[in-house]
Design a binder for this molecule. Structure first.
Ligand SMILES: NC(=O)C1=CN([C@@H]2O[C@H](COP(=O)(O)OP(=O)(O)OC[C@H]3O[C@@H](n4cnc5c(N)ncnc54)[C@H](O)[C@@H]3O)[C@@H](O)[C@H]2O)C=CC1
Ligand SMILES: N[C@@H](CCC(=O)N[C@@H](CSC=O)C(=O)NCC(=O)O)C(=O)O
Ligand SMILES: [Zn+2]
Ligand SMILES: [Zn+2]
Length: 379
């Protein structure tokens, strides 16, 4: 039994008091876990573009004040009543898509989108309806069921997976979102085939991981498309074979037409990893007539809509979306950790910066300046 079990823990967290404002390092209170909840000591968290998206105010589900962060790993500090699958000391990764194995979605075998606690997760509270986080007497909202920008957090016991203790938590925390998302979008959602041609818009962690997935699937060509050419050299490590900077071909007409000419009819698979609805259209229309598949991964702001001529679909192009790469979180994330430990999945190569919690706003700046792939906050 830990010394803190059953007690409120006072610790540091980066609090998002309001949209569009830098995070503030505060002392917060983290209440003990209730039934079917687990309190974790977070040891490391990545900073994903989705954290920035929500902080920007564009997320219709964005609530403030909140503790953001959803790419975290750590060690179980204590468990609430009825928790049977975790104990203090377990090494874990927090999961923003849970896996209950009981809901209609889990039982369908057709999706990884467990809906057991999705409503309360979107309301920024635990499944029982209240928050475990507070600061200066004020309630803080949870974020994506994880809130990993804090030294301690509380998650539902279905929003957590136990991993091999040999795995370095400050690396494999990235399997809680970006890497798993891109890798799985290629393997599980698109189901890229050997010999195919692929194109990825947006060479952040998500896009680079799509490249890894396409390479694993045996793609013949993997195009990286980004307006920041500084990403191209690094992307070669992730399997990318060719690069296009849209700014450099802007005088050659619509990008999709340019790419269709360049590739003898278009790509077999394309992936949008930016969150830009105009690029989602370009990515769809750059796929090959008759069979091309385009996967939307990027998250676009509230009110944004995608459009294309329906004829694009009539003639066989397929538009799909992917959340967390289609992985069934509790079962699959430990397997991804094993792949990493067996040198079958790159993880370290995504990490460009290691920062302290006090430096978390620098992680957002580095992302916006295009200077980072992933910054890791080490606690
Ligand atoms: N569906 C899902 O499960 C998930 C979705 N996401 C979303 O995926 C997207 C990517 O996330 P990160 O890799 O963390 O972002 P990031 O900010 O690290 O990378 C985005 C990249 O897009 C490039 N870019 C921006 N505008 C562009 C344009 N017009 N044309 C070409 N390239 C352009 C940037 O230069 C940058 O390299 C975000 O929208 C994020 O919210 C992230 C994780 C999971
Ligand atoms: N809250 C947003 C949608 C945000 C979103 O699309 N989230 C992705 C994960 S992004 C991770 O970095 C996702 O998997 N969504 C599935 C879900 O159930 O939320 C909005 O309301 O538009
Ligand atoms: Zn993310
Ligand atoms: Zn479920």
């Amino acid at each position: 039994m830990s010394a803190t079990e059953g007690k409120v823990i006072t610790c540091k967290a980066a609090v998002a008091w309001e949209a569009k404002k830098p995070l503030v390092i505060e002392t917060i209170e983290v209440a003990a876990p209730k039934a079917h909840e687990v309190r974790i000591k977070i040891t490391a968290t990545g900073v994903c573009h989705t954290d920035s998206f929500t902080l920007s105010g564009a997320d219709p589900e964005g609530l403030f004040p909140a503790v953001l962060g959803h790419e975290g790993a750590g060690i179980v500090e204590s468990v609430g009543e009825g928790v049977t699958n975790f104990k203090a000391g377990d090494h874990v990764i927090a999961l923003y898509i849970p896996q209950c194995n009981e809901c209609k979605f889990c039982k369908s075998g057709k999706t990884n989108l467990c809906q057991k606690i999705r409503v309360t997760q979107g309301q920024g509270v635990m499944p029982e309806g209240t928050s475990r986080l507070s600061c200066k007497g004020q309630k803080l909202f949870h974020f994506m069921g994880t809130s990993t920008f804090a030294e301690y957090t509380v998650v539902a016991d279905i929003s957590l997976t136990k991993i091999n203790e040999k795995a370095p938590l400050e690396k494999v925390c990235l399997l809680g979102c970006g890497i798993s998302t891109g890798y799985g979008a290629a393997l599980n959602t698109a189901k890229v085939e050997p010999g195919s041609t692929c194109a990825v818009w947006g060479l952040g962690a998500v896009g680079l991981a799509v490249g890894l997935g396409c390479k694993k699937a045996g793609a013949a060509k993997i195009y990286g498309i980004d307006i920041n050419p500084a990403k191209f050299e690094l992307a070669k490590k992730f399997g990318f074979t060719d690069f296009v900077n849209p700014k450099e071909v802007a005088d050659k007409g619509a990008l999709q037409n340019y790419l269709i000419d360049l590739t003898d009819g278009g790509f077999d698979y394309t992936f949008e990893c930016i969150g830009n609805v105009n690029i989602m259209r370009v990515a769809l229309e750059a796929t090959h007539k008759g069979w091309g598949t385009s996967v939307v991964i990027g998250v676009a702001g509230g009110g944004q809509e995608i459009s294309t001529r329906p004829f694009q679909l009539v003639v066989g192009r397929v538009w799909k979306g992917s959340a967390f790469g289609g992985w069934r979180s509790v079962s699959d994330v430990p397997k991804l950790v094993e792949s990493y430990l067996q040198n079958d999945l790159l993880v370290d190569e995504f990490i460009t910066h290691e920062l302290k919690l006090e430096q978390i706003n620098e992680a957002f700046d580095l992302m916006h300046e295009g200077k980072s792939i992933r910054s890791i906050i080490k606690f």
